[in-house]
Design a protein around this ligand. Structure first.
Ligand code: HEC
Length: 127
């Protein structure tokens, strides 16, 4: 079995523990940026500094969501956002958007796209 196969096969465990293993792929974050601009930027700004909604990057943001499983952030996005139509976006849209948010907060890219098995990973309080 290839290394990639081993990581995919062991799923959650590998993505939960891989140190410095990256959180998303750069391609995923790029597509997430386009989706973010469509669905989120009107209230959070394209650079995530916040407008009608709070900033989605920086120290305050990482203080809110850091030290907790990524599912906390993802859960907020999934159930309350976009504020105009909460819960309307599927995982196939929200995962790339989340990848983009993590990228903007300085978390490293890697070889494996952000997936639902990674939602158990603990977000750092600083990148
Ligand atoms: C119509 C405006 C609007 C849109 C569109 C919108 N948001 Fe929000 N967002 C808000 C507001 C307002 C809050 C604060 C809500 C609260 O505190 O109860 C918020 C809060 C959040 C939070 C919690 C931030 C924190 O520090 O607690 C996250 C995460 C978030 N939004 C992500 C998103 C994502 C991802 C999208 C796109 C899928 C999105 N939002 C689209 C207005 C919006």
């Amino acid at each position: 079995m290839s290394l990639t196969g081993a990581i995919v096969a062991s799923g959650q465990e590998a993505t939960t523990t891989a140190p410095g293993g990256g959180w998303y792929t750069s391609a995923q974050a790029s597509s997430g940026q386009l989706l973010f601009n469509n669905y989120c930027a009107e209230c959070h700004r394209p650079d995530l500094t916040g407008a009608d909604g709070p900033a989605l990057k920086g120290a305050a943001f990482l203080k809110t969501f850091g030290g907790q499983p990524l599912s906390e952030l993802y859960g907020v996005e999934h159930t309350t956002m976009p504020a105009v139509n909460p819960g309307s976006l599927p995982a196939s849209t929200l995962l790339p958007i989340t990848a983009f948010i993590l990228q903007q907060n300085g978390l490293p890219p890697g070889d494996v796209p952000l997936g639902e098995t990674a939602l158990t990973r603990t977000l750092p309080t600083a990148p």
